[in-house]
Write a protein that binds this ligand. Sequence first.
Ligand SMILES: [Ca+2]
Length: 578
Amino acid sequence: MDSSTLGLGFLSKLLTSSLLLFSSWSPGEHHTACLALKSSLNVENTTIIDVSYVRAGSKVATLGTCAKRADVSVPLCRVQFFTNTTTTSVVHGEAWLPDEWYGRFLGLGNGGLGGCIDYGGLDYGSSLHFATVGSNNGHDGMGGAAFLGHPEVINDFAFRAIHVEAVVGKQIVEAYYGRPHSKSYYMGCSTGGRQGTQAALKFPADFDGIVAGAPATDFNRLVHWTNMLTQYIGAPASHSSPALIPQELWNAVEAEVIRQCDGIDGVLDGIITEPDACDFRPEALLCHPEAALDTCLTRAQVEALRKIYSPLYGPGNQLLYPRFDPGAIYIPGDVFSGDIPERSKDWLQYAVLNDTGFDFREYGLEHAVLMDEINPGGVAAFDGDLSAFRDRGGKFITYHGRKDPASNSKRMYDLVSRTLRMPSLDTFYRLFLVPGMVHCTFTPGASRFGQYQRGSNAVNASSHNILLALVDWVEGGEAAAPDTIVGTAEDGATRVHCRYPQRSVWDAAEGRFGFTFEDLCGRFAHPKPPHFGTVRQTSSPFKTRQAETLGGLEPSVDDSRAPDSSRSKTSVPQIHNS
Ligand SMILES: [Ca+2]
């Protein structure tokens, strides 16, 4: 391994003596120090449920309804706690404190309306030598019933649980290791991306670096848009609607999208690099006398698709949400299943209306307006004023799959840019759009880049791992800011993902997407659309390479920084939304 190839080898050379002290503890000493926390930990408003020392390769039992057991890969001290955020709300959290700690703190997010501690994330973070903290976001499970009549539970979900992770978690870290953390990080996707954005907006001192994946920032409008997609196909009475598109016909829709849009990026690989470059015409699917009946659509179905693939506007032609992107997929049981998704029902009934008997046949624009007005807990994080986070030196990385139906991240970038009057956000905020990637997950594009649990860490190097890239940026400064992240596909092929507004560009002469920012991250709107018949067709257009590896994270160097105000002992996490 040649860490100097990334220009960051200096980090390891500045390993401090105090860090060496911790890594020199014997397993027995770790065990003893861990169990001592049971009686010595004293954190305001917090009850320590249990403290245990866990050996590598263990499975541990969990509390709550989401998972029965969790894997532990590296030896660590596990602290389970409850923090009362008000008299009517409580956050359940866990801190996983690895024996081999590099001085860094990592907070984790949640998903959907959850409700579930990210045990895979705890294992991932601790295996990368972070002291890692996750929480249940203020309630257990993926449903929203806990919100009903409990506004403080909504507040935990909307903005407070991650702050609890930071405030309480950092105190636990300091108590165990005998010194404060050096740098603090956050990582989450979907709702976790919204939580990361919210943290930067509301608690800019909590984290030095944030990875906010596929962030559901414009939360209420996302719920409304989702509901409208289902209405277009007839929900909640879709099974009697002529507009309903059965799942098997979605296969024909997706095939037609690929036929119309795949080649625009120069290569027929089944991946649409930039859906915005494609004016998909669902009319091509309209049944006619010669059409195969199992792959063609009625006029009502085509009209539904036309709405689905169009932006959603509100009163005064105000854009409420971007369109469902061509190439985004049908997800069984989700928006195109024919019913309002459960998370939409729960949010509206339990958090907005306080009416469990709401009849969704009555759902309409007035409910979107109401959601906007109430904005329960201040849940929406579609706010461009990240000035406080920027001004204290925070670094923000966000990413979004281009097969993700709910991609709002270009709008967020532009909102921040306009709000802060910064034509480019490169100094503190970078967006990576990932062709072929579905919501937060791995397939079918080059969608593994360290963003989610251990399975996403295809190559343990900052060039290929977005969390490690963030560490480099925060601790290495501007010279280490990531221009690209290399993603790895299921078959091991790789593709460079470029920071927005650049994108990776197909090089027809070379027959590949390239690897360097200078060569192949272009500012082109899109290459000239080729004739489909002449486009190079390949099942694997990527060229793999042996990545430069650092062999994992290197210890933090910043032991001398000024005390972080976010570690103030007075920071009792009883913050009410204003
Ligand atoms: Ca393509």
